[in-house]
Write a protein that binds this ligand. Structure first.
Ligand code: GDG
Length: 470
């Protein structure tokens, strides 16, 4: 049985949030680059997006009906509370997430998590097989769904299947830890094209097909025993540049940026961090660096203040709970030692903000610190650049973020080398406006053309070409 969608996106989450109105509950499109890039393609091709709504459903209840938002057909995949705990919080976020990020926290493996991961991936594959039209193009997103490509191909060999991994793909020595490594690789090999953020991810993947499965990758592809070819490549994701630029140049946001600086006590230097509260983002180290610079009196309060937005994330997972305790202890320590009444050194915000407030924060910051220990891309770094239409501000960026491969004019640092980051941060604080503008202009020129729309187009063009003679 086939459906009638000629383009299908499959992602863990649907691109909508539930909102309560006086008339009842409805759905609103959630902000985010991925949906901005894909919505026009979906609307044009009678496309469907398959994903989880975010809530949990009682076991045995039928899947909620598909619904439409902004010209996109949305097809909900239900998850029970147990499934969410084992497939999502367990295998996805406690096994795969740390392993794929250089094991900066030790990955945890549990056999029952794997069973649930497989079961839920099968549910996504079944839902996709039902809605995809004959010969349709299907684009599967991210580490939660690595088994879907092969499960889908088994039912629907007629489809053109692409997969994109938003997080890093680890080197052979690390990936070999994964108890179900062969199954995960075989899952991905169900796709015609497997995309990564950086060429190294594609390289690691192809090497692993040799090491674990005994295949013979050549160049950027590998041939399977059944004669089918799977391609791998780098497709660095980006942001909706125009949208962020528009927002950051609006009167409201500019006014708000000035107001933020006033509320902070008009310091000479505002240092900003914006991250999900995640152990890969290097928030603790960043705070430590700021503390040491204050202790050495190379920065002083209230002349320099730090604002750290740490958006709540994965709060039911133990490692995230203990990270929060550590970060908040460090913030308390810094403010206790270096703050004064009404003049904290660190403004710590464990909250979510709307896009306009984020844009205002970007505009208000003299130095943006993006210092993850490992990050697939890091969109915050790109958003900061897009927001700085005034060519002001300086970006300190970890070499371990995918964005470092493109934003070469940032102050690139090794976040493990605390002294090195301290020196770079001070250079960024003291940058000459001319130098800052030169760097910002170059990064903006690049991002203006390498935006999320260009990213989606390049992936889909490459996917369309797979299987055709060169
Ligand atoms: C994964 C990969 C890769 C943050 N706080 C708020 C808020 N945000 C927005 C940012 C940005 C996004 O969330 C975060 O994206 P990142 O790329 O920085 O990081 P991850 O969430 O870890 O994303 C990453 C990405 O996937 C895409 O492929 O780049 O490497 O780990 O857009 O602005 N948005 C709102 N309120 C907040 O408080 N509205």
């Amino acid at each position: 049985m086939t459906g009638n969608s000629s383009f299908v996106v499959v992602a863990n989450r649907l691109p909508v949030d539930q909102v309560q109105t006086p008339e009842g509950t409805t759905w609103r499109r959630s902000p985010g680059g991925l949906v901005t890039a894909l919505q026009p393609v979906l609307a044009q091709h009678k496309g469907t997006w398959i994903g989880w709504t975010g809530g949990t459903t009682k076991v045995g209840r039928p899947a909620p009906d598909p619904f439409e938002v902004d010209g996109m057909d949305l097809c909900p995949v239900p998850l029970s509370a147990d499934e969410m705990e084992r497939y999502y919080e367990g295998f996805s976020n406690s096994s795969l997430w740390p392993l794929y990020h250089d094991a900066v926290e030790p990955p945890v493996y549990k056999r029952r998590w794997w069973e649930e991961y497989r079961k839920v991936n099968q549910r996504f594959a079944d839902a996709t097989a039902k809605v995809a039209a004959q010969g349709a193009m299907v684009w599967i997103q991210d580490y939660q769904l690595q088994l879907v490509p092969a499960m889908l191909r088994e039912q629907r060999p007629d489809l053109r299947i692409g997969f994109f991994l938003h997080i890093p793909f680890p080197p052979v020595e690390l990936f070999m830890q994964l108890p179900r490594r062969a199954e995960v690789l075989k899952g991905l090999l169900g796709a015609d094209l497997v995309g990564f953020q950086r060429p190294l991810g594609a390289h690691n993947f192809l090497q692993l097909t040799r090491h674990v499965l005994g295949l013979r990758p050549r160049g950027d592809s590998v041939e399977l025993p059944d004669g089918r070819t799977v391609c791998a490549g780098a497709f660095p994701i980006s942001i909706d540049f125009a949208e962020m630029e528009r927002l950051a140049t609006s009167d409201d946001v500019r006014r708000r940026a000035t107001e933020i600086r006033e509320e902070l006590g008009k310091p000479a230097t505002v240092i900003l961090g914006v991250d999900r509260l995640d152990y890969t983002k290097g928030i603790e180290r960043r705070l430590k660096i700021f503390r040491e610079l204050l202790a050495e009196k190379r920065l002083t309060v209230p002349g320099a203040v730090m604002v750290q937005v740490a958006t709540p994330s994965r709060e039911r997972i133990e490692q995230y709970q203990s990270l929060r305790v550590k970060v908040e202890r460090e913030v308390g320590r810094i403010n206790g030692e270096y703050g004064r009444v009404g003049e904290p050194a660190v403004h710590y915000l464990h909250q979510s903000y709307n896009r306009a407030e984020l844009a205002a924060l970007y505009l208000a910051a003299d130095v943006m610190m993006v210092t993850p220990l490992r990050d697939g891309m890091n969109l915050v770094a790109k958003e900061y650049v897009a927001a700085r239409a005034d060519n002001g501000g300086a970006l300190v960026l970890s070499e371990f973020a995918g964005a470092a491969a493109e934003l070469r004019q940032a102050f690139l640092c090794n976040p493990h080398d605390l002294d090195g980051v301290k020196e770079l941060l001070l250079r960024a604080v003291k940058i000459e406006p001319g130098d800052a503008a030169r760097r910002m202009r170059a990064m903006r020129r690049y991002l203006r053309t390498h935006d999320v729309q260009a990213w989606a187009e390049s992936f889909l063009t490459a996917l369309d070409r797979t299987g055709r003679p060169a």
